[in-house]
Design a protein around this ligand. Structure first.
Ligand SMILES: Cc1ncc(COP(=O)(O)O)c(C=O)c1O
Length: 402
């Protein structure tokens, strides 16, 4: 049975890095639940986080139940029902457009929690400054639906707005953040400096827990913004909390040849269990198990989560290592494949194949497409034991479909 395996020690390692950044800079750091919301694992992140960033009512409810702290909500649009619930327990509610804010402004400003200072409202802005390389993840593209272009704010009535929110990055470093903040300041310094604006949420997409991320530059930027504009900076990364902390362990179900092409069918679906591989698209790092004595240059690399007693070899590109297979899914979709990967030894039925770095934006996105068995979810605890926190059955497949 395939399994998402999450390392608690790796999660806590990331969490410590994020906490240090927050403490050094005075920023509040939230967990973006859209990236990762496995509640049994959030339990271990909770002591390090100032709260959660929610994409709407359900994630906000999860945050209230399992995390506590600040609950900052941003959605491209709210229903009146959802908003009415959120008013009762969220701390920041950020709006995406001026028309939505104007429509709900009275409801928001008259709420008792607003009047007693527990609840504030922000506006997502678009600095129109693209720095990313993947169009699917670029909210600054011309005509984007995400956020109010800063140039449209000049004549706007912002009564009741006390925060600005921007999210423009995806897996990026401080250079791109610094140029984005420069674009923001160029267009909106007087607004930032006005006494009305009390928080600046600089979104997610910051690769803060990567070894080569310049955390000092981030801390200096945050400190400067807070001092110059007298506001509280919020960070809401998702991926940075759980990068390099999870793998998807799959198995080989069948091996065959088709017109000279060698195929290995796995017990997982790319489309159903790791859709970003097809959407972004990207090529994941993959490992197979090897006996301890096998010497192979690829042995230098290790998956994010290793089990005691197991030895791994990284798969290579097509024909880089002696045995190449197209790794595919047991579904009807022709393109449901990971691609061609080569291995130091022939694969066999039942072999474990480790798909690296599958904590972020995987478990939250899975489906039961084709009725393929859903991988269970397990935690590798610091004492080396594995605790399965969720397994799935036929009933989960049927119940969801109505
Ligand atoms: C508004 C917002 N905040 C935070 C995040 C988290 O981003 P990441 O997981 O890349 O850090 C996202 C991701 O799409 C987002 O849209």
């Amino acid at each position: 049975m395939a399994e998402f395996l999450l390392s608690v020690s790796a999660l806590e390692g990331n969490a410590r890095v994020l906490r240090r950044v927050a403490d050094a800079s005075g920023a509040k750091v939230l967990i973006a639940l859209k990236a990762f919301a496995t509640t049994s694992a959030l339990h271990y992140l909770r002591p390090y986080a100032d709260g959660a960033c929610a994409s709407g009512l359900y994630e906000a409810q999860l945050a209230a139940e399992y995390l506590g702290g600040y609950i900052a909500v941003y959605s491209p649009a709210y229903t009146q029902d959802d908003l009415s619930h959120l008013l009762d327990f969220a701390h920041h509610i950020d709006f995406n457009s001026l028309p939505q804010w104007m429509r709900f402004r009275d409801l928001c400003l008259q709420h008792p929690r607003t009047l007693n200072g527990e609840l504030q409202f922000g506006l997502r802005v678009n600095p129109c400054h693209s720095t990313g390389h993947t169009p699917l993840y670029d909210p600054c593209a011309p005509g984007s639906r995400l956020g109010v272009p800063l140039c449209d704010l000049h004549d706007a009535d912002l009564t009741g707005i006390t925060g600005l929110h921007l999210h423009t990055l995806c897996e990026q470093y401080t250079d791109d953040l610094i140029s984005t903040i420069a674009a923001l300041e160029k267009q909106a310094a007087p607004l930032l400096a006005s006494s009305a604006i009390r928080y600046l949420n600089i979104g997610g997409g910051h690769w803060i827990t990567k070894a080569d991320y310049n955390r000092t530059a981030l801390e200096e930027l945050i400190t400067r913004l807070q001092q110059r504009y007298n506001l509280q900076v919020f960070l809401e990364p998702g991926e940075a909390w759980c990068i390099h902390s999870g793998v998807l362990r799959a198995h080989v179900l069948d091996i065959f040849e088709s017109l000279g092409h060698h195929h290995a069918i796995l017990d997982v679906s790319v489309s159903a269990h790791m859709p970003d591989v097809l959407e972004m698209p990207y090529r994941p790092r993959i490992f197979c198990l090897v006996p301890p004595g096998v010497s192979n240059a690829m042995r230098e690399q290790q998956p994010a989560v290793c089990l005691p007693g197991e030895h791994y070899a990284a798969a290579g590109a097509n024909n880089e290592l002696p045995y190449t297979y197209c790794l595919g899914a047991p579904t009807c979709l022709a393109g449901d494949v990971l691609g061609d990967f080569s291995f130091p030894r022939p694969l066999d039925i039942g072999d474990a194949i480790i798909l690296d770095d599958m904590a972020q934006y995987t478990i939250v996105k899975t489906t039961h497409f084709n009725g393929v068995a859903h991988p269970s979810i397990a935690l590798l605890l610091p004492d080396g034991s594995v605790r399965v926190v969720r397994s799935f059955s036929y009933h989960d497949f049927v119940d969801r479909l109505g």
